[in-house]
Structure formats: structure tokens, C-alpha cells
Design a binder for this molecule. Structure first.
Ligand code: NAP
Length: 295
């Protein structure tokens, strides 16, 4: 058996067309163009390429984007002042601070400074808390994108065993939270694994839905997958490869070749979760602009 590929790129393209038409509609009815403020500190190549992709996606959706790229020596106070300025700018509906920040800057201080109504990444404690207790909030983009993929692919989550490998604040914990919600795309029985988990394979083999966000290639191999499972590979790892123009290739956290022989549905890397993450950022920014017009 070879798994069907869950193509995030084409799902994301469909959703972005729909978002672009809603942006045009909002502009026509209210004169408001949804705006995203992006702050990048330093020149980390992976962060720079994510930010460039996010800005391009904004433009294609007809949104306004304000891009501030700062040198790595920028102080925490300078960044806090910039966040404050964006909090007060009516042209900006969503603020994205690209992580990681340089070591001398407190990420939590910067995230906490973002106004919750502009926190389109869903990282502020207010949004995280609201998500946890099921109140209206901005859902974090990668976990929300994963749930949307499952819904659009018709994967039943209710009553299924879902296993999440990874417990980070940006992927593992929130995706586990969304999968266990008593809601569409949720209602699963969720297990969260991490480096303290003994015998990872004994858990992954129970998974009808397996989400892997470990940040390490080959964390999950085919023999660790329940036959017929849905496998969502969140990992993005740069593997040195001199035969490639950029000197590296991208790989997920799952060994794709062996996994596709056991799974029934699997996301590729690249072209799986990544494009959905950016799409949900656009979705949240549009939603934020809508909420602003309702005020
Ligand atoms: P992270 O903060 O490094 O967290 C990794 C988690 O995986 C940790 O909880 C860690 O456990 C766990 N882990 C690591 N190795 C493990 C192992 N062998 N067995 C079990 N658990 C293990 O990473 P992250 O920010 O969640 O990101 C994960 C991956 O997703 C990265 O490759 C990242 O680049 C990618 N990512 C992709 C997107 C996208 O849009 N495609 C978005 C975000 C992240 P401990 O807690 O015990 O250390």
C-alpha cells in the first residue's frame, strides 16, 4: 500500500483564492484593506525566507503588509516601541514578530506586548488562554492549518486516537488542544509524546492520526506507524546536499519513504503543513480586520 499524499500546497491555494475574494469584498464594502505588520530581527536565513513567503502571500491576497527588518543588535526597548506603534496603527490588523529573536531579547516580553486583538499568530497568553477554554480567539496558525487540512481531506477525528510528537508552545501543545476540543476537527483521544516519553513507538503505533513536530529528521519511521494512519509531518529540517542549488534539501521529521508504505494519507515536506500555516495567518488577519470594522 502506498499512501495518498495530502497536498497542503493545493489546499492552501484554494483557501487563498477564497480569502482574496473576501478581502476584495471587505474593501468594497468598508474601504478597509486588511494589514499585516511584520517584524524581523537579524538575518537568520530560514526566518528571512518564511517572512518573504508570508509577505508575498499577503500581497497576492490583496492585503497591505508593512515589513520592518531590523539588525540583530536592535534592543528589546526598540522592538517593544515598534510593537506599540503597530498596536496603535489602524492600518495594521495583525502583528507578526518572527521567532526566534536574538538571545538578548526576551521573546515573552515582546509577545506579551502585542495587543491580543492584533495577535494573528495566536501566541499571546490571552489568546492561548482563550483557546484553552474555548472562547473566541485567534488560533495559532500551524495547529489551525493542520486541523483545516484534516477537515478538508475528510479525515474523521472524532473518537480516533491522535498522537502528537512534540510539546512546544507553537505546535505540539496547541495542536493537541485543538484535536481534543469538543468541536469539528476535534473530539479525538489525544496523547502527547516528548523526549521524556519511554518507548515512543508503542504510542505512535496506536495513532489513527499522528502529528509529528519534533524538529528532528527520521523521528518517526514506517515501522512506528499504524497501518492506514493519517500522518501529518510538521518538521522542516535543512539537510546539507551539495547537489542542490542552495546546498541543502528540506526534510520533515518523518521518514517519508518508509512511512508512505504504512500510512493511508501523509503530508509531504515541503508542500504539506507549511503552505497551510501561511494561509491561516492570512485568515486571521482578515478576521482581525473584520472585527475592527465591527467596532
Ligand atoms: P521545538 O520547540 O524544538 O519542539 C520540539 C518538540 O519535540 C519538543 O517538545 C521535544 O521534546 C520533542 N522531541 C524532540 N525530539 C523528540 C524525540 N526524539 N522523541 C519525542 N519527542 C521529541 O520545535 P517546534 O517549534 O515545535 O517545531 C517542530 C518542527 O516543526 C521543526 O522542524 C520546525 O521547523 C517545524 N515547524 C514547521 C512549521 C510549518 O509551518 N511547517 C511551523 C512551525 C514549526 P522536549 O519538550 O522534551 O524537548
Amino acid at each position: 500500500m502506498s499512501a495518498e499524499i495530502l497536498n497542503g500546497k493545493s489546499l492552501a491555494a484554494d483557501m487563498r483564492l477564497d480569502i482574496a475574494s473576501q478581502v476584495a469584498d471587505l474593501k468594497e464594502k468598508t474601504g478597509i484593506t486588511p494589514g499585516l505588520g511584520v517584524i524581523l530581527v537579524g538575518v537568520d536565513p530560514a526566518s528571512t525566507s518564511y517572512i518573504t513567503a508570508k509577505e508575498r502571500a499577503c500581497e497576492e491576497a490583496g492585503m497591505y503588509s508593512e515589513d520592518v527588518r531590523l539588525p540583530a543588535e536592535t534592543t528589546e526597548n526598540e522592538i517593544l516601541a515598534l510593537v506599540q506603534k503597530m498596536n496603535n496603527d489602524p492600518k495594521i490588523n495583525g502583528i507578526l514578530v518572527q521567532l526566534p529573536l536574538p538571545k538578548h531579547i526576551s521573546e515573552s516580553a515582546v509577545i506579551n506586548a502585542i495587543a491580543p486583538e492584533k495577535d494573528v499568530d495566536g501566541f499571546t497568553p490571552v489568546n492561548v488562554g482563550r483557546m484553552m477554554i474555548g472562547q473566541t480567539c485567534f488560533l495559532p496558525c500551524t495547529p489551525h492549518g493542520i486541523i483545516q487540512m484534516l477537515l478538508k481531506a475528510g479525515v474523521e477525528t472524532s473518537g480516533k486516537n491522535a498522537v502528537v510528537v512534540g510539546r512546544s508552545n507553537i505546535v505540539g501543545k496547541p495542536v493537541a488542544q485543538l484535536l481534543m476540543r469538543k468541536a469539528e476537527g476535534g473530539n479525538a483521544t489525544v496523547t502527547v509524546c516528548h523526549t521524556g516519553t519511554k518507548d515512543l513507538k508503542s504510542f505512535t503505533l496506536q495513532a489513527d492520526i499522528l502529528v509529528v513536530a519534533a524538529g528532528r529528521p527520521n523521528t518517526v519511521t514506517g515501522d512506528m506507524i499504524k497501518p492506514g494512519a493519517t500522518v501529518i509531518d510538521v518538521g522542516v529540517n535543512r539537510i546539507p546536499d551539495e547537489t542542490r542549488p542552495r546546498g541543502y534539501r528540506l526534510a520533515g521529521d518523518v521518514d517519508f519513504e518508509s512511512a508512505k508504505e504504512r500510512a493511508s494519507l501523509i503530508t509531504p515536506v515541503p508542500g504539506g503543513v507549511g503552505p497551510m500555516t501561511i494561509t491561516m495567518l492570512l485568515y486571521n488577519t482578515l478576521e482581525s480586520a473584520r472585527r475592527a470594522t465591527e467596532k
